[in-house]
Design a protein around this ligand. Structure first.
Ligand code: ADP
Ligand code: MG
Length: 698
């Protein structure tokens, strides 16, 4: 059997391959580009392309593609083969530096939110040398950014790279103020924990709602769900274990650091967590992970559901974005240090995050907003739609002491002398792990838990990096002019705590009382739906911040707002149409058939005994008949509501109709149909039940 270290990364053109295949000078030049963002020498590109092609062909590749992340949220690829005709009638395998660096896919069918007029259909893709090329199937995939010809980003990678650069710029300024002259760059790292459901292909195929929308739109509560808490960390079933084994192998070949796997809270729900890496690479890897999860499932006769809420009444799936910032020398800037000076630096970075999260709560909420995730946030299983930070008692104590100029008595009862030059020394908080907080400090990183399982992590990290860059910029602007660094530093930390302590909450985020306190007393934002939050992307403060750090241009923001709202409206409209179709063509006829069967039996019974009451049958027929009427009416009403969407003036109004009219009508129709399911003989019901699906994998 092959050992993992022998095949780990075998399908990746990584540093080991580059070193082995490239001339020393070319390697050094490419490495400088990768590590420090230096512009790539054009002569170098040809040599890299050639080596890349030789390596890919050796490993069975016949094609190459620029692999990119358009605003559809998934990845895109267009394959070109390496073949070039040779004079003797045969072919040779060729790949030039030009082809490596730039591609020109027809961009007209990707969403652009009005950024690219149709006459200017061509966009271009540009190689991102900071993320390694890899082979998928028989294709060499080159990670690229995707832009319009006028230079506007049409993808998720471009603004992510820009946000990492913004964070780097501002964090370095702050580090210099603390006397760090050596660090060359600062980057953010992410370890995304990915949740998913695994069901059998037979169950999936039998449900039009799952096939068309990724979630069940109907389905009565099963007799057993997650009440017994017997699935979380439970023994992994053989079929699931076989799936996980192959998944790990495929991910490892692609250099993805798949590390932890376990069963999650809901039946049929699981989680996979990789070891963290640079945000840009973590994002590419997470997109690949989601793709490969689905591919491997198909090979096992299974389907991997990445929807945030495939089943009502049981937990949905999220993604935990573990985020930290560190220097090229490996210093984690969110790790409390051992000396007062190191602690002062840590506290300033911590404050930068606290300020960022409070100032840009809306951007963080927006970054995870989709129709699917709206079902999760605030549903007593996932963090609420209100953003807050969990720090833990110890760190909270330290901040309170600084804010009030009082001695800090930590958990260890150490007396801390607070003054301008002595900031408290404290231990890393490893004890309390609050699972209900949307944004939790977990010792040396923050865990942002509002992401939906199908979200690209790019969006959340763009906002996080940019907002923290903004706090750091404000700090650096002030401290660079300071004549008394330590006093000003102390005062700035103190001011941040005073101004932003409202965002810190260590209690139970699932509690209704918290939502009330958060919104009424603390004035925190509570955007329940995508329709509520998305237009705020264009609020002046958000546009000013994101454009000043050159993460987005104004028109890029306008287009993204439009595309996200369009996605929201389209997803819900497809769901509504699917419901109408299922209700009319399958559910109502099934209830009718069952009712007819009972009616026939009633008549047959009466033929045998004339004065028999047939109370059971008559009551049931009456109930079923009522419900069928309701289903028919609600389906028609839902249909009418969908038609009114066409009259909306603009996408914001359309999203409001979706939120206020379409979604409530969908709930009404579902409730009626789910009640009917509990009254109809199973053999008549047209779809597998929740119990069938959730316990389908043996
Ligand atoms: P859990 O949250 O389940 O307790 P861990 O804290 O061990 O699990 O790690 C969760 C994820 O956080 C993993 O993907 C891990 O690699 C990642 N992680 C650990 N340290 C860091 C860090 N400094 N920056 C970003 N992610 C990190
Ligand atoms: Mg976690």
């Amino acid at each position: 059997m092959k050992k993992v270290p022998d095949y780990f990364g075998s399908m990746v053109f990584d540093d080991r391959v580059m070193k082995a295949k490239l001339p020393a000078k070319v390697y050094a030049s490419l490495k400088k580009t990768i590590d420090e963002g230096a512009t790539l020498d054009s002569g170098v590109a040809n040599e890299v392309a050639d080596a890349m092609k030789d390596w890919a062909v050796e490993n069975g590749a016949t094609h190459f593609t620029h692999w990119f992340q358009p605003l559809t949220g998934i990845t895109a690829e267009k394959h070109d083969s390496f073949i070039t005709p040779s004079l003797d009638g045969g072919v040779i395998m060729e790949f030039s530096g030009k082809e490596l660096i730039k591609g020109e896919p027809d961009a007209s069918s990707f969403p652009s939110g009005g950024l690219r007029a149709t006459f200017e259909a061509r966009g271009y893709t540009a190689w991102d040398p900071t993320s390694y090329a890899f082979i998928k199937g028989k294709t060499l995939c080159i990670p690229t950014a995707f832009c319009s010809y006028s230079g506007q980003a049409l993808d998720k990678k471009t603004p992510l790279l820009r946000s990492m650069e913004a964070l780097n710029r501002q964090a370095l300024r702050v580090l210099r103020l603390f006397g760090n002259k050596k660090a060359k760059y600062v980057h953010s790292s992410v370890g995304p924990e990915q949740e998913y459901f695994l069901i059998t292909k037979e169950m999936y195929d039998a449900r039009p709602d799952l096939r068309f929308t990724g979630r069940t739109l109907f389905g009565a509560k099963p007799p057993k769900g997650q009440e017994m808490d017997d699935h979380y960390f439970g023994v992994i079933k053989p079929r699931v274990a076989a799936y996980m084994e192959e998944l790990n192998e495929e991910l490892w070949k692609l250099g993805i650091l798949a590390k932890t796997e376990h069963n999650e809270v809901a039946p049929a729900q699981h989680e996979l967590a990789p070891i963290y890496t640079t945000t840009n690479i973590a994002t590419d890897h997470n997109q690949l992970t989601m793709e490969i999860m689905q591919k491997v499932a198909a090979k096992h006769g299974l389907v991997c559901l990445l929807h945030e809420k495939p089943f009502a009444g049981v937990n949905g799936s999220g993604k935990h974005n573990n985020w930290s910032i560190s220097t090229d020398e490996g210093q984690n800037l969110l790790s409390p240090g051992d000396t007062p000076y190191e602690n002062a630096q840590f506290l300033l970075f911590l404050c930068a995050v606290i300020k960022a999260v409070d100032d840009y709560q809306d951007l963080l909420r927006i970054s995870v907003a989709t129709a699917g995730n709206d079902h999760r946030l605030g549903a007593n299983e996932a963090p609420p739609a209100v953003v807050s930070i969990f720090l833990g008692d110890e760190l909270d104590g330290v901040l309170k002491a600084i804010e009030t100029d009082t001695p800090y008595e930590g958990i260890e009862k150490k007396q801390m002398k607070l003054g301008v030059d002595v900031l408290p020394k404290f231990n890393r908080d490893t004890t309390d792990r609050n699972r209900t907080s949307p944004f939790a400090f977990t010792g040396n990183k923050f865990e942002f838990r509002m992401l939906g399982s199908s979200n690209s992590i790019a969006c959340a990290n763009i906002m996080l990096n940019s907002a923290v860059a903004e706090s750091l910029k404000i700090y650096a602007d002030r401290l660079e002019k300071s004549t008394d660094f330590e006093t000003d530093l102390h005062n700035m930390i103190k001011k941040t705590i005073k101004d932003h302590k409202r965002i810190i909450f260590n209690g139970n985020g699932y509690d209704d009382a918290w939502i009330k306190e958060a919104t009424k007393t603390r004035g925190l934002l509570n955007y329940r739906t995508t329709a509520d939050c998305m237009p705020h992307l264009l609020d002046k403060k958000n546009v000013d911040m994101l454009t000043s750090h050159k993460v987005f241009s104004v028109s890029e923001l306008q287009s993204r707002c439009e595309i996200m709202l369009e996605n929201y409206c389209k997803s819900v409209t497809i769901e509504a149409n699917t419901m109408v179709d299922m209700a009319k063509t399958q559910i109502a006829p099934a209830i009718e058939a069952f009712t007819a069967y009972i009616a026939k039996n009633t008549a047959a019974k009466k033929a045998v005994i004339a004065d028999i009451t047939c109370k059971y049958e008559t009551d049931l027929i009456s109930k079923l008949s009522d419900i069928t009427d309701k289903i028919a009416i609600y389906a028609d009403e839902l249909n009418d509501t969908i038609v009114t969407l066409g009259e909306a003036k603009g996408i914001i109004e359309e999203s409001e109709i979706i939120r206020d009219c379409v979604l409530p009508k969908m709930c009404e129709l579902r409730l009626a149909a789910d009640t009917a399911e509990t009254l109809t003989a199973k053999s008549y019901w047209p779809y597998p039940s929740y119990a069938d699906i959730l316990f389908s994998v043996k």
